[in-house]
Design a binder for this molecule. Structure first.
Ligand code: ZN
Length: 188
């Protein structure tokens, strides 16, 4: 079965930056499972995977425009340390989630200068060319409910109802960042 819109795709992948450093990878125990054609992964990688079949491998390099976008220096700004609250531990390199106009954003602490804290709301991979090494493990049809929700459900029974109960089985896992479009609130 080939990869196309509204099919559930399982891949093993590793992601490197321009220097060859591995930034991210799936482990054999936990490959990435996503619903194709629903903006669950970056557009460039979806494009590369379109039409591929289980067993296929591919290497591709994805420019920022098809990845996490270019860096926007307007997203680097200063706040007062006290805005983090009394006795809050704030250190350069720390990341936290902020809820903004574009959904959940990852914000990184760049530097601290007295009471001034410089923050960067660019996606940590913005401006990076992404080098992927991908193996397609499995492709299956999505259920009607998965298509309706726009994301994959686990092996458990998914109760239909008002709220999504993907819970811990939600593939978004701990990486609920900009990519996650679980509007049902299953993983936020
Ligand atoms: Zn769901």
């Amino acid at each position: 079965m080939e990869i196309k819109k509204d099919r559930v795709v399982t891949i093993d992948y590793s992601l490197r930056d321009d220097t060859g450093r591995v930034i991210d990878s799936s482990s054999e125990a936990e490959p990435l499972v996503y619903l194709h054609g629903n903006e669950n992964i970056i557009p460039g990688l979806e494009k590369e995977l379109e039409g591929k079949n289980p067993g296929d491998s591919l290497k591709c390099s994805i420019e920022p425009a098809d990845g996490y976008g270019d860096r926007d220096e307007a997203l680097v700004f200063k706040v007062q340390k006290k805005e983090f609250g009394e006795n809050a531990e704030v250190a350069p390199g720390m990341q936290f989630e902020a809820h903004g106009e574009n959904g959940v954003q990852i914000v990184t602490v760049v530097k601290i200068d007295g009471d001034d804290v410089t923050l960067d709301a660019n996606h940590p991979l913005a401006g990076e060319t992404l080098h992927f090494d991908v193996k397609v493990v499995d492709v299956r049809d999505a259920t009607a409910e998965e298509i309706e929700h726009g994301h994959v459900h686990g092996d458990h029974d998914h109760e239909s109802g008002d709220s999504c109960d993907c819970g811990d089985d939600c593939d978004c896992g701990d990486d609920c960042g900009d990519d996650c479009d679980c509007d049902d609130g299953c993983c936020n």
